[in-house]
Design a protein. Structure first.
Length: 132
């Protein structure tokens, strides 16, 4: 249920910013900053996934797997750094936005998949114990 609530809120907020972001940037920061809109769209993709899957980190903690989240964070930080080093000189600010959003999507997806596999493994174990 938290997935639907957080994901839905993030999706609706992001859709609002995607539709009216240029307008808000123009009003709040002047037209000079309108090129930042493309970066905003890229970052919003990562934000939606990160907010929808926010539950995975505490779920791993409760499943006794905090080291997995830490390992994923270290890996994603490294990949974001490499991505920024490669893309920033070529794409400018978008070269910083792409690895950030991709890291949010990949990292949170890996955590959610781990929660799913761990809960499935535990359910199979519990069923096998019930049969015994």
């Amino acid at each position: 249920q938290g997935f639907r609530l957080a994901g839905g809120y993030a999706l609706l907020s992001s859709l609002g910013l995607a539709l009216f972001g240029r307008f808000f940037i123009g009003i709040l920061y002047t037209g000079r900053y309108l090129p930042a809109y493309d970066g905003l769209l890229i970052l919003l993709a990562g934000l939606v996934v990160a907010n929808a899957l926010y539950w995975a980190r505490p779920a791993l903690l409760s499943l006794g797997k905090p080291q997995y989240a830490t390992s994923v964070n270290i890996l994603i930080a490294f990949l974001k750094l490499i991505g920024a080093v490669i893309l920033l000189p070529r794409l400018g600010y978008l070269g910083a936005a792409v690895p950030r959003a991709a890291g949010d999507i990949l990292g949170n997806s890996l955590l959610a998949l781990k929660v799913r596999s761990e809960t499935n493994r535990r359910e199979r174990h519990d069923r096998s114990m019930d049969r015994a």
